[in-house]
Design a protein around this ligand. Structure first.
Ligand SMILES: Nc1ncnc2c1ncn2[C@@H]1O[C@H](COP(=O)(O)OP(=O)(O)OP(=O)(O)O)[C@@H](O)[C@H]1O
Length: 606
């Protein structure tokens, strides 16, 4: 696939040549999507073609040994009938059985190993792609569904080449071989057999497309169940506090039931195919026994040939069953590939590569006539935003909820791109910065300061794993976290738990600041927590911000009076515009909205 990089540094890919499975209703569209799914599937198997070939050859050799078995059995019967020694034919038969089974098992192992390799590379490439998706794309996706694409859909790829392609090829080989051998034995009996089998074949042809549709729906249902479950786990405490457990259990149960129903539909259709293959084989067996018995009685056929023919007939049953199973596996695999491809087709950011050191000098920011909306169908969030943050010191952004303050940070990090206007960091349009370098120059502390599952040390070094111990100690002192480290049972190595449950809100915020500072940002973006902090934490946070502002530029979305009074300048935003800029004292006299904000929102935490 051709990938191009735009002037802005964004990687763009051509529109998918074919509509996705969900999008294309027409038969031609579905065919085209099928073709490209195959191409994608082949892409996964390409690195393993030698292994696939080896596995395929081993399976074929094992099938050949299987095909020889009835002939060798006929040899045993003939030797018995002619009063010859049985040792030779029995030994040959035994060797063929043992060798055939051994080679078959080895072939199976080789293919299964390859299947695991394919799942591994599909997962690696999908996760690699997922983490590079643009934030705007991920906003639209459901995390649970994404998870199921990485965990469950990729698993289905394993069986495509093992149970699917190779088994099907060796089944066709067995089938053709058995039919040829049957033709050699007795043409009349073959005609009887084929007449019965063609009837079953027609039924299978009708059911197969339904199996394909049901497989896609089954996988979508599993994805949906993941999405519902994720919703519950994300808001676990809210679910409990709202007494909504029963309703949510029912919702997840509904999704699970849907997944079960779709799975049952696949099983039902597969069993129709399986049973018709089995019944037709039995019918063929009875017919062959009747007609063959008559032919043996009339002397037109030897009894050993009838026995060998019947054995070949039994040989037909297994490959037909495998073909059916193989076809189902391939259908599920293709459906999985389509779901994986939907993610791989989404626009991604440029790859990080080596990040040049962004320097350490504080960087300024300029927003110039920025207009931005989150999507074409969304309202304009930044109507016309212009302001300047000089390098060094602290600038506070204030304004009512929904004014567009957090969006300023999202644009600076280039999570989204403005529709018009310019955003510059250190005098350079951010679209001209290599993305990784830009992000390395910024430290970003989110409002809810997420803590990742792992130790406190892992959390602190998340953005800068190579940082020296003295620098870590310096930042711990700067962010007033030394007490916390001393208090935790295992110090820095203490597991802070999923979502940082061991830490208070204020501590979480300071851990997030320390994490950002350890990367030595030239500009710290701090979205202050709105939650109330106790007096000690409030004071510590204020000291930390003031001290950091001596080293670098700090742009803080402020929710506390104590923060804004310490700021060198304050930018007041309202409804997607900047309405005033000044110091606290200036704005108190000049700007009504600021005076009101200071009197209401900020006053509680003076
Ligand atoms: N990812 C998003 N997708 C779509 N709309 C969004 C997204 N993030 C924010 N918005 C919308 O953009 C508007 C501005 O949001 P923003 O978070 O920038 O405001 P804010 O001033 O930071 O508010 P607050 O102080 O409450 O956090 C809001 O109406 C919000 O609903």
């Amino acid at each position: 696939m051709k990938v191009t990089t735009t002037a802005s540094g964004h990687v763009t890919e051509p529109e998918p040549e074919h509509g996705s499975a969900a999008g294309s209703g027409s038969a031609a569209g579905a065919r085209a999507a099928g073709t490209s799914s195959w191409r994608l599937l082949l892409g996964y198997v390409r690195p393993y073609w030698r292994v696939l070939l080896l596995g395929g050859v081993l399976s074929l050799v094992s099938s050949l040994a299987g095909l020889a078995m009835p002939l060798l059995a006929k040899g045993v019967v003939d030797a018995f009938g002619r009063d010859q020694s049985l040792a030779g034919p029995v030994l040959t038969l035994t060797v063929a059985v043992v060798l055939g089974a051994g080679i078959g098992a080895l072939g199976r192992y080789v293919l299964e190993r390859m299947g695991e390799g394919i799942v591994f590379s599909a997962r690696r490439s999908l996760v690699g792609r997922m983490l590079r998706l643009r934030v705007s794309e991920v906003d639209r996706l459901k995390p649970g569904d994404l998870l199921s694409r990485v965990t469950s859909d990729t698993t289905l790829l394993r069986a495509v080449f093992t149970d699917g392609v190779v088994e099907s090829v060796s089944s066709v080989f067995m089938l053709v071989g058995a039919i040829v051998m049957m033709a050699v034995m007795d043409g009349v009996l073959l005609a009887v057999t084929l007449a019965v089998l063609v009837l079953a074949g027609g039924l299978v042809g009708v059911v197969m497309p339904r199996i394909q549709r049901a497989s896609v729906q089954a996988q979508e249902a599993v994805g949906e169940m993941g999405a519902v479950l994720d919703r519950v786990l994300q808001a676990f405490r809210t679910v409990k506090a709202s007494g909504a457990e029963d309703r949510e259990i029912a919702a997840v149960g509904d999704a699970a039931r849907e997944a079960r129903d779709r799975g049952v539909a696949v099983a039902w259709l597969s069993s129709i195919v399986g049973i018709s293959a089995w019944v037709s084989a039995q019918l063929a067996f009875v017919a062959v026994l009747g007609v063959g018995g008559a032919r043996v009685a009339s002397g037109a056929m030897e009894v050993s040939s009838l026995i060998a023919f019947l054995l070949y007939l039994f040989f037909l049953v297994a490959p037909v069953g495998q073909l059916v199973q193989g076809f189902t596996q391939v259908q599920s695999g293709l459906a999985a590939v389509r779901r994986i491809r939907e993610i791989e087709d989404l626009p991604a950011e440029e790859a990080a590569g080596a990040v040049p050191a962004p320097g350490t000098a504080p960087a300024g920011v300029v927003f110039d006539s920025v207009v931005f909306r989150y999507g074409d169908d969304r309202p304009v969030v930044h109507q016309d935003v212009s302001f300047t943050v000089p390098a060094g010191g602290m600038t506070a952004l204030v304004g009512p909820s929904g004014a567009g303050k957090s969006t300023v940070f999202a644009l600076l990090e280039r999570f989204y791109e403005q529709q018009s206007g310019t955003v510059a960091v250190d005098g350079r349009d951010i679209r001209h910065w290599p993305l990784a370098e830009l992000r390395a120059a910024l430290g970003y502390v989110e409002q809810d300061a997420p803590v990742l599952d792992g130790s406190l040390r892992e959390n602190l070094l998340f953005a800068a794993p190579e940082v020296a111990e003295d620098e870590l100690r310096r930042i711990l002192a700067l962010t007033r976290l030394e007490d916390l480290v001393a208090r935790l049972p295992e110090g820095l190595e203490t597991k802070v738990g999923h979502r940082g449950v061991l830490l208070s809100g204020g501590e979480r915020q300071r851990v997030a600041i320390a994490r950002a500072l350890l990367r030595r940002p030239r500009l710290l973006l701090l979205d202050e927590a709105t939650s109330q902090l106790d007096a000690v934490n409030e004071l510590r946070l204020r000291e930390v911000i003031a001290e950091v502002a001596r080293e670098t530029t700090v742009l803080v979305i402020a929710h506390r009076l104590s923060t804004v009074t310490g700021a060198d300048r304050i930018v007041v935003m309202e409804a997607g515009r900047v309405r005033a800029v000044g110091t606290h004292d200036e704005l108190l006299t000049q700007d009504d909205l600021y005076r009101e904000l200071a009197a209401t929102q900020f006053l509680t935490s003076a």
